[in-house]
Design a protein around this ligand. Structure first.
Ligand SMILES: [Zn+2]
Length: 300
């Protein structure tokens, strides 16, 4: 018996999409698409500015993202990309030779993957947040790293496709580590699963007719931030071949999630559709009637 598809098999892709979006917004240079950027956090001005080592772009980060606020309030003090730091290291000498003369400013860089062999440059980053928030902090997603080996006159970026891909992989791995380390950031799928188990438990214990249970379920859905999608879970657990009976029986509970909530209604419609599909033989011919009942009961 397969679960209704909420994110289902797209989970991994979705995470990848999120990470790609994140990298595009916070890491890649808006001018030249290189990941060789520094982010500078100004706690005072509540801004994050980005500068590009490859093309010299400099500007404020345009995105208005929750993460911005988070970064401003919590300047990075660890290096999530460190775990992948050796990936591109081998290419460095080649790069230095090739581009020795192109760049000699030796400024701060977040090209830690190429220059940080694993923690040596972390020394300056471990200070606590409180002492950092005053000053302008050179920070980066994933992390800054002070270049200490400029004795050869500096280095520049390896902009080969392969090197960029490797660095993006580093960033992705690092960001994944950040994501799963935080319980608050459970994936939506995980949060929906939690809700699913709760509803299933209530159903199996025949508690779904109790108003206190309805309240409890709504509160839990709100806590999990999945109120809109909750009707999909309810549909999956409550609707059977006998959906017309089911909807009458569970009207009050459904209303808790769909009343004045168009998004919730849309997900309920999705749940109805999947129920019909599941029992196509008996329900397909009754679709119109089924929807009419939902409308008549003011659930939709
Ligand atoms: Zn650039």
């Amino acid at each position: 018996n397969e679960r209704f598809i909420v994110n289902g098999s797209h989970d991994v892709n979705k995470l990848q999409d999120l990470l790609d979006g994140f990298i595009r917004k916070f890491v890649l240079c808006p001018e030249c698409d290189n990941p060789e950027t520094n982010l500078t956090v100004s706690a005072k001005n509540q801004t994050i500015s980005q500068s590009c080592k490859a093309c010299g772009f400099h500007g404020l980060l345009k995105v208005n993202h929750k993460v911005n606020t988070y970064i401003v309030k919590n300047p990075p003090s660890f290096n999530p990309a460190a775990q992948g730091s050796s990936l591109t290291e081998g290419k460095r000498s080649k790069r230095v030779q090739k581009q020795k003369n192109e760049n000699s400013d030796g400024s701060m860089s977040n090209n830690s993957m190429a220059n940080n062999s694993g923690g040596e440059s972390d020394g300056g980053n471990g200070t606590n947040h409180a002492s950092q928030t005053e000053a302008e902090i050179s920070a980066a997603i994933p992390e800054k790293s002070i270049t200490e080996d400029d004795d050869d006159g500096g280095w520049s970026v390896d902009v080969s496709k392969e090197a960029i891909r490797a660095r993006l992989q580093d960033l992705t791995d690092g960001a994944k580590g950040m994501t799963i380390s935080d319980d608050y950031d459970k994936t939506e799928k995980e949060r929906i699963d939690i809700f699913y188990e709760l509803v299933k438990n209530k159903r199996d214990n025949k508690q779904l007719d109790d108003v206190p249970t309805h309240k409890e379920l709504l509160i839990e859905a709100e806590r999990l931030d999945i109120v809109n999608k909750a009707p999909l879970v309810l549909a999956e657990l409550l609707f059977t071949e006998n959906i017309i009976h089911d909807v009458r029986k569970n009207r009050i509970l459904l209303l808790r999630f769909t009343h004045n909530n168009p998004k919730g209604q849309r997900y309920l419609i999705g749940g109805i559709e999947q129920t019909v599909e599941l029992h196509a033989n008996t329900l397909m011919s009754k679709v119109a009637g089924i929807f009419k009942i939902f409308y008549d009961l003011d659930i939709l």
